[in-house]
Ligand binder design. Structure first.
Ligand SMILES: [Zn+2]
Length: 376
């Protein structure tokens, strides 16, 4: 099998997981009852846009979706297309239609995204121009509106008009992670499809075939952290998660657990920022504190159970054990570990505030961690 079917940064050959919404989409299409407005909702980064694009691609693909060029009689429920599609949403990735969908030049698919922080009325007007063009093969047209809840009121009202007077064979797919911010009038015009997180096993299977060299314990770690999100999982791989985590173990945790030297919080902050904290978008953000949290969680589990069985960071179980034992030798108690976890959670909350001096906050965080060591 080729790896040409690329609709995100990573290649997943088939859409797995999300069986319910995918089944619904396929059935409505096969029965010729495609709603003109669909609303995909569910938490961030779990594959809503991925499914929307793959669905459009599968309908438009010239290899599979030959509906427009066949007689209606050919479409019984036992149609061979159903078998060809199988459990997922298949498309060849090579025909002119698929190539158009994949590189964003399809005359049958338009993607609308926020420009800046919101979707404005101009963005919606562009849909009108798009719909005035002749579609390829007179087929279906899809308008995917990602982050639809960022629409301004004017934009939402303009869209509402389009939803109220749907053009034939035109499918609007709105994508939101928080239904409550969307205008109720828009919601009422759409059929809602809820997306849940993808199961650990599904994620692991997908990425195992994509990255055959990845070790099982690392796959398990990533699937736990990604919590049902393909793109978060991929972000972990691309963001050098393991490298940064190991650096964190060396610069923060080993200092805390075994070093007798008296490192000060400012040096610890600097080490953190120059090592773990670098690396663009994924760098300085809360992601690194999530790493700390997962390590602390494992240290706590080891401390309490004296077993490495339940660890997330299985691949560094030995280090986790040494850190837990080191802290215990320093007189750190179970309560102290809970304090460290709470300190980290509070710091992550604080980091969300815009008018916070991040450097001072980081220094005070590390002072908090080191306080335990200074005390004993
Ligand atoms: Zn195709």
């Amino acid at each position: 099998m080729g790896n040409e079917r690329k609709i995100c940064d990573y290649n997943i050959l088939n859409v797995t997981g999300h069986e319910k919404p995918v089944e619904f989409l396929k059935n409505s299409f096969h029965r010729g009852r495609m709603p003109s407005g669909l609303l995909f909702h569910g938490r961030h980064n779990i594959g809503k846009r991925f499914v929307a694009t793959a669905f459009a691609a599968s309908v438009l693909c010239e290899d599979y979706a030959l509906y427009e060029r066949r007689s209606d009689a050919a479409f019984s429920s036992s149609d061979d297309h159903a078998d060809a599609v199988g459990g997922g949403l298949n498309f060849c990735g090579k025909c002119p239609s698929c190539i158009g969908v994949l590189n964003g030049t399809s005359q049958n698919l338009m993607l609308v995204e926020p420009s800046g922080s919101s979707i404005k009325i101009d963005n919606i007007h562009k849909i009108g121009s798009f719909l005035s063009l002749t579609p390829y093969y007179q087929g279906y047209r899809f308008i995917i509106i990602d982050e639809a809840s960022t629409m301004t009121t004017a934009a939402a009202n303009a869209l509402l008009k389009m939803l109220e007077e749907p053009s034939a064979k035109t499918v609007f797919i709105l994508i939101v992670h928080n239904l409550s911010i969307l205008l109720p009038t828009v919601i009422s015009r759409c059929l809602l499809l809820k997306f849940g997180p993808v199961g650990d096993k599904v994620l692991m299977d997908a990425f195992r075939s994509e990255f055959p060299d990845m070790k099982e314990d690392v796959l398990r770690l990533y699937s736990k952290i990604a919590m049902g999100s393909y793109s978060d999982f991929y972000g972990l791989i691309r963001g050098d998660y393991l490298e940064k985590r190991n650096l964190l173990i060396d610069t923060v945790f080993k200092e805390l657990a075994y070093s007798r030297s008296s490192i000060n919080p400012y040096d610890m902050s600097n080490n953190f920022l120059s090592g773990v904290g670098k690396g663009g978008e994924n760098g300085k953000k809360a992601a690194n504190f999530e790493m700390i949290l997962f390590i602390l969680r494992d240290v706590y589990i080891y401390y309490m159970t004296k077993s490495v069985k339940l660890l997330y960071n299985e691949d560094i179980a030995e280090e986790i054990r040494e850190i837990a034992e080191g802290l215990e030798n320093f007189g750190v108690t179970r309560k102290d570990l809970v304090y460290m976890i709470n300190l980290t959670v509070n710091h992550m909350e604080k980091m969300k505030s815009y008018n916070l001096n991040k450097t001072i906050a980081l220094d005070s965080y590390f002072s908090g961690l080191l306080y335990l060591k200074g005390r004993v």
